[in-house]
Write a protein that binds this ligand. Structure first.
Ligand code: PA5
Length: 449
């Protein structure tokens, strides 16, 4: 089972205990569905509600696309792609792209519609002439600009390549059950659809078809992922103790540190495979907590790589940081440093040591150095990287995020701030209905303000 440890002189068991009453209130609100944003709590019971029929349908869709395609293009942004990417990147071979199809067995998953770069899209389009591919367009609202632009371009390529009828068999839409342009288009064009439940926000949606379908196409076991989440759910709803409930402990510890002036939380991991897990976490916590002038800023580093870049700041820069290390106990390899008779590189003191043991020692050494430098450390440990423990981790972070948002006093399920740039972008691009804003912004730009 996943566990949470706290280190550092700013927090200890006694300090944590001072948060118990607030945690109890937050836990109660969450379970009774009486807190802010309570119409978006569908993620809480989700792992238990995913039924056999849905799993079988997702697996059948995944098999179909694995058979006909070498690539799956996941077209989505934010919560509509980061969860799938976090899990797939954590589980796949680091050099997946270079494996042969026989070695890989499953399609390569590529991500599109998460940016507006013309280079990104046109370089991809040139490659798509060479590969058979399918598209999973994912948008809960069905109107988000980035994936909509990418999908329009890709759909044209797909139809030119396969013809309209065959192209239809290569598209799956994941969207709202009845609203939005994507749902309308899917119905008109006859694309199979999967539903994003109304009461599940984008960043909490990885355990819906939003995440499960791409993960299944990539060849990973979605049943184990769901099982991990189900087990974690039972554990987290059973009690609210800041000592025994890992989500309560993490939420209490990070809020305690925030109140002591630690405004930035860095998620640290020592496995490059977990880079996108950190990206998913950054969205979950940043979008849930960063509002009303409040919130911990979520950042991430991958060590030991970043110890040679950001390490200096973390050790000696402004003291507004704390770290949460995502630690993995066991590994899937037994790679050892060889002994060398000449020892010209003077590395024989490491001979016969497992590379991952050296990595773990780097982790311990760094934690102690950062504690000495005034950077409190929390550690979240999973026994190994597999579907089951990733499922635990996902549910743990979602539950802790909800508790933490309630401790902070915000609604952890809305994101009013993401609209501001959209209004400006639509106005500057001349979208009908934005004429007043267009004039005001153009005038501002002319005045250079
Ligand atoms: O968490 C969120 O709500 C956002 O990140 C959305 O997932 C993102 O903006 C994409 O929205 P949509 O799925 O409606 O295209």
């Amino acid at each position: 089972m996943l566990k949470v440890d706290i280190q550092g002189n700013q927090i200890d068991g006694a300090a944590l205990a001072t948060m118990q009453a607030e945690i109890t209130t937050a836990h109660r609100k969450l379970l009774a569905k009486t807190g802010k944003g309570n119409d978006f709590l569908g993620w809480m019971d989700l792992p238990k509600q995913i039924d056999e029929k849905l799993l079988q349908r997702i697996e059948a869709t995944a098999t179909h696309h694995s058979e006909i395609s070498e690539l799956l293009l996941v077209v989505g942004i934010g919560g509509s792609y980061l969860g799938a990417r976090a899990v797939i990147e954590a589980l796949k071979n680091n050099f997946d792209m270079l494996l042969t199809r026989e070695e890989r067995h499953k399609p390569v998953v590529l991500y599109v519609g998460q940016n507006l770069s013309g280079d990104y899209l046109s370089e991809l389009l040139r490659l798509l002439d060479r590969y058979d591919y399918s598209i999973n367009i994912i948008s809960k609202s069905g109107t988000t600009t980035e994936p909509a632009v990418a999908f329009r371009i890709l759909k044209e390529h797909l139809e030119n390549k396969y013809g309209t009828d065959q192209a239809r068999k290569r598209i799956v839409a994941t969207t709202d059950k009845e609203r939005g342009a994507l749902k309308q288009m899917a119905d008109e064009q006859g694309y199979p659809t999967y539903v994003v439940p109304d009461d599940v926000g984008g960043r909490y949606s990885v355990l819906t078809p939003v995440g499960l379908l791409p993960i299944a196409v990539a060849g990973f076991n979605i049943r184990e992922l769901v099982k991990g989440a189900v087990d974690m759910r039972s554990h987290l709803i059973a009690g609210d103790s800041v000592i025994d409930n890992p989500a309560a402990k993490y939420a209490a510890a990070r809020n305690l540190l925030y109140r002591q002036g630690k405004k930035v939380e860095i998620m640290v991991n020592y496995q490059p495979k977990l880079y996108y897990f950190t990206e998913w976490w950054k969205q979950l916590y940043g979008e849930s907590e960063g509002k009303e002038g409040k919130g911990i800023f979520p950042a991430g580093v991958v060590n030991t790589t970043d110890l040679h870049s950001m390490g200096q700041y973390i050790q000696e820069g402004e003291r507004l940081l704390f770290e949460t290390v995502l630690s993995v106990e066991a590994f899937n390899n037994n790679l050892k440093v060889p002994s060398d008779e000449q020892n010209l590189d003077q590395l024989n003191f490491l001979a016969d040591k497992n590379v991952d043991t050296i990595n773990q020692t780097a982790q311990t050494a760094t934690m102690l150095a950062h504690l000495d430098g005034g950077v409190p450390n929390l550690t979240i440990t999973i026994p190994k990287i597999n579907e089951y423990y990733l499922g635990q981790l996902i549910y743990f972070y979602e539950f802790a995020c909800a508790l933490s948002g309630y401790l902070l006093g915000v609604n952890p399920f809305d994101q009013p701030g993401v609209e501001a740039y959209k209004v400006n972008m639509f106005a500057l691009l001349g979208k009908p209905g934005y004429e007043k804003q267009t004039a005001a912004l153009r005038e501002r730009l002319e005045r250079k303000q």
